[in-house]
Ligand binder design. Structure first.
Ligand code: RB5
Length: 150
């Protein structure tokens, strides 16, 4: 997969509610040749989502990773955590249209999904769309510049 068609490396994190989905997404990305860094969690044992949310968001915020994925039960908690970090544009996408638009217009650098909201097949389609859809820049870049440094 080239830079033009999607990222070559991704950092992913989840909580217990989305552990199984994380394993599914990791397998799919690895099969596509994407190098996946797993920030945990590593089992279905109950844990606190801000822990892994912070681990992923910090590395996207610093530029160490261009893109990341965060999943929890609803996707809401992970979105709230990630969007506290500068330069993070985390988009909760539980449908395909949002996934495409989050890339085209918002240049989303973290994809968030809710493992208890959507099934694996839809999650995989959302992931594929999000990885492959480019940012349109132009007027959308101006709009991102208006809040990206907050
Ligand atoms: C865990 O029970 C649940 O609260 C978490 O996965 C997430 O949905 C939080 O927003």
């Amino acid at each position: 997969m080239t830079e033009a068609s999607g990222p070559k490396r991704i950092i992913i994190g989840c909580d217990h509610a989305a552990y199984q989905l994380k394993e599914t997404l990791k397998k799919a990305m690895t099969a596509q040749g994407i190098a996946v860094t797993d920030a945990g969690t590593h089992s279905e044992a109950s844990m606190d989502y801000p822990e892994t949310g912070r681990a992923v968001a910090a590395k996207v915020s610093s530029g160490e990773y261009e893109r990341g994925i965060l999943i929890c039960g609803t996707g809401l908690g992970m979105s709230m955590v990630a969007n506290k970090y500068p330069h993070v544009r985390a988009a909760l996408c539980n449908d395909l249209f949002s996934a495409a638009m989050s890339r085209r217009h918002n240049n989303a650098n973290i994809l968030v999904m809710g493992g208890r909201v959507i099934g694996d097949v839809l999650a995989l389609e959302i992931l594929r769309t999000w990885l492959e859809t480019p940012f349109e820049a132009g007027r959308h870049q101006r709009r991102l510049d208006m809040f990206d440094s907050i």
